[in-house]
Design a protein around this ligand. Structure first.
Ligand code: FAD
Length: 464
């Protein structure tokens, strides 16, 4: 039986981050992966999704080229080339990850890992051969898979999952997307920019329900302007496949005829092959593995990380959990993660990025607050790139003199905001006051000036 300081099941962001960080701290690490290193994020998640969104972005830019005095014909799309570019980037990142693991002397085991008693892990390879491992510590990082709703079994023909969408080999004529969360909105944005007619169906009263209401309204407005048919507050009741497409029924008596429907209603934690039954590891009703603030399960020495636990299903949260767990294994007494303040990025057009409390959440938590909003419409850089939709909103505690105190939340919607959230994230997490953040000098001309103007106005004075 091979033994390691740390045995990890799952080679996605949670598992590979634990492996790389653990190895860099001197641990001897074994990493078990049944499919491809990089997990959802590198293979069928963050990276391929953002890559195809970039293809859509380039087309959108070309469609607006005449505004800059560049007269070009309407572009045609070769999805084979687009897919090759996407796959090239995925392969480069997955290959780079394999090299990094090798460089840090992490032993990678190909096969399905199951957890037994006393931190033993059995790896069953494709040929059925079993290898027994034991770890001083074990980390479960088996991730998540797409969920669907009754009557919409994924078939890659009429009913697509995100995995199917990322292998898109043509520009479809009409598509319905069920679910107006982050992934659904990214796909809606991508497809409309590629030239597809899109209907976005959301059961909640508004799309992007986890964002501040002003942000969600801004995205909804921008989507409608670009021709996405946004239908919020409607339940999807079923669909009728027919030659060449399917008819999706929703609301009281409404329907839309599409080439196919993409179901983006979230992802369920995937513990199906972990063999947890004979252990003390507990799962919740929704299938998440229960952990404490250091990601420890109820089985001594066994941790769980990433999409498998009930925290934000984000690659960077998985990285943070991996570092936290490894530090805890090393007895370093790390600070637990404050999950109410992690950064979020959504890469539709307009982009969304936020950290901390929304206006409503701050009110619900009993804070006396003051809010300021500034739009990109008056920002020079945004005008230069021709992308002026959106705003920055800062939620702060209100001081007795009526000006802003500690910053509670920063919410952005607009051009490149996923690249601008950094200062907002730091302000929220360092509990900076409005006065402190207003001292930051914003380079000119940049879009980050909008954040600067927003915090400055909360001091009771302003520039522009
Ligand atoms: P996963 O990445 O799912 O990896 C789990 C791994 O474990 C898989 O490789 C699987 O094969 C393996 N495995 C499972 N069971 C076993 C077993 N028993 N034995 C061996 N191996 C096993 N997040 C962001 O932060 N930003 C984004 O922009 C973003 N975009 C996304 C877009 C899409 C379309 C999707 C679907 C997701 C996106 N995400 C994004 C979410 C992100 O991909 C996940 O949060 C992240 O991949 C979770 O990492 P993980 O390691 O927990 O799980």
């Amino acid at each position: 039986m091979a033994s390691h300081d740390l045995v990890i099941i799952g080679g996605g962001p949670a598992g590979y981050a634990a492996a790389l960080y653990g190895a860099s701290a001197g641990l001897d690490v074994g990493l078990v992966e049944k499919n491809k290193l990089g997990g959802t994020c590198l293979n069928v998640g963050c990276i391929p999704a953002k890559e195809l969104l970039e293809t859509a972005h380039v087309r959108r830019t070309i469609m607006h080229a005449a505004e800059f005095g560049l007269n070009v014909d309407e572009p045609t799309i070769d999805m084979t080339v687009a897919q090759e570019r996407k796959q090239g980037i995925v392969d480069k990142l997955v290959g780079g990850l394999a090299s990094m693991l090798k460089g840090r002397k992490v032993t990678v085991y190909d096969g399905v890992g199951t957890l037994g008693a006393d931190r033993t892990v059995t790896v069953t390879g494709a040929d059925g051969e079993a290898t027994e491992l034991t770890g001083t510590h074990v980390a479960l990082a088996s991730g998540s898979v797409p969920r669907t709703i009754p009557g919409f079994d994924f078939d890659g023909d009429k009913v697509w999952s995100s995995d199917h969408m990322l292998s898109l080999d043509h520009v479809p004529g009409r598509v319905a997307i069920i679910g107006g969360g982050a992934i659904g909105c990214e796909f809606a944005s991508m497809l409309v920019d590629l030239g597809t007619e899109v209907t976005l169906l959301e059961a909640m009263p508004r799309i992007l329900a986890l964002t501040d209401e002003d942000v969600s309204k801004a995205v909804s407005r921008a989507f409608s302007k670009r021709g996405i048919d946004v239908k919020a507050g409607v339940a999807v009741t079923g669909h009728e496949p027919h030659d060449g497409g399917t008819t999706v029924h929703f609301g009281d008596d409404d329907s839309v005829d599409v080439d196919f429907v993409c179901v983006s209603v979230g992802r369920r934690p995937y513990s199906d092959e972990l063999g947890l039954d004979g252990t003390n590891v507990v799962t919740t009703e929704r299938g998440f593995v229960e952990v404490d603030e250091y990601c420890q399960t109820a089985e001594p020495g066994v941790y769980a990380l990433g999409d498998l636990i009930d925290t934000g299903q984000l690659a960077h949260v998985a990285f943070a959990e991996a570092i936290l767990a490894v530090k805890h294994m090393l007895g370093e007494n790390p600070l637990p993660i404050d999950h109410s303040r992690v950064p979020w990025g959504i890469y539709c057009n307009p982009e969304v990025a936020f950290a901390g409390l929304s206006e409503q959440a701050a009110k619900d938590a009993g804070y006396d607050i003051i809010v300021s909003k500034h739009r990109y419409a008056a920002n020079g850089r945004a005008m230069i790139v021709g992308d002026t939709e959106g705003l920055v909103k800062v939620v702060a505690e209100k001081k007795p003199d009526g000006t802003g105190g500690v910053i509670l939340g920063v919410h952005m919607v607009g051009p490149w905001v996923t690249e601008q959230l950094g200062q907002g994230y730091l302000s929220v997490n360092w509990e900076a006051t409005v006065d402190e953040a207003a001292q930051f000098i914003q380079p000119h001309p940049t879009m980050s000036e909008v954040f600067g103007e927003t915090v400055l106005s909360l001091t009771g004075r302003s520039l522009h």
